[in-house]
Design a protein around this ligand. Structure first.
Ligand SMILES: N[C@@H](CCC(=O)N[C@@H](CS)C(=O)NCC(=O)O)C(=O)O
Length: 205
């Protein structure tokens, strides 16, 4: 989910990049070699401008926005920027963190949750993110073609990355018309389509 946010932003800004896959399913994020890149043991991390690796997807989005202001992903007005960041944080701060692999692993290790219980947990928080997104976006005059007016923003990036992976977990969203519509609109954009997980370097065939 978090890596997808960065791939969407890079594509939307038309920036070229090389991807190095990290196999989360086999714990490669905790290999000593990768911990030198991100001691937190999580992706994404990007190397840009010869500086030490940048981590945390939302901070990376801010970096890309400030370093490459063309194809802006934040509105020009302060109120709009705050609204876009607030919507982004529904996904990035409130729901995704509790379904990260390390959290789900810990449910098994510490609480002996079995596979079905761990899956139910993940699906619950994916659904919660979409549900809260719908509550925030529906009936809000600032919601239009996309999460904020008619221009793509961080909020669309965060919603769509959450929704795509939720779909892989068969999370129901048909009763959430606003988020369903916006995700569909985003996926019509080539920049989003090209970033989808099955197109990533190292993705399973
Ligand atoms: N808040 C971080 C979250 C990073 C994160 O948890 N990434 C996941 C993949 S979506 C990960 O690498 N998890 C490894 C793990 O939980 O062990 C961000 O937005 O970059």
């Amino acid at each position: 989910v978090a890596t997808l946010r960065v791939r969407f932003a890079l594509n939307l800004k038309g920036l070229a990049y090389e991807e190095i896959p990290v196999d989360l399913a086999h714990g490669a994020q905790c290999d000593p070699e990768f911990l030198l890149v991100n001691p937190q043991g999580a992706v994404p991390a990007i190397a840009a401008g010869g500086a030490p690796p940048l981590t945390q997807s939302l901070a990376i989005l801010e970096y890309l926005e400030e370093s490459h202001p063309r194809s802006a992903l934040l509105p020009a007005d302060l109120q709009g920027r705050v609204r876009v960041r607030a919507i982004s944080l529904i996904f990035g701060a409130d729901n995704h963190p509790v379904l990260a692999p390390r959290v789900v692993r810990h449910l098994g290790d510490a609480l002996r949750a079995d596979g079905a219980q761990r899956l139910a947990w993940v699906r619950h928080w994916f659904r919660q993110g979409l549900f809260q997104g719908e509550a925030r976006l529906a009936n809000d005059p600032h919601t239009s073609r996309f999460c904020h007016g008619d221009a793509l923003s961080f909020a669309d990036i965060c919603l769509t990355s959450h929704a795509i992976v939720a779909r892989d977990f068969q999370v129901e969203a048909a009763d959430l018309p606003t988020v369903t519509r916006i995700v569909r609109m985003c996926l019509e954009e080539e920049a989003f389509e090209r970033a989808l997980p099955h197109r990533a370097a190292g993705a399973p065939a």
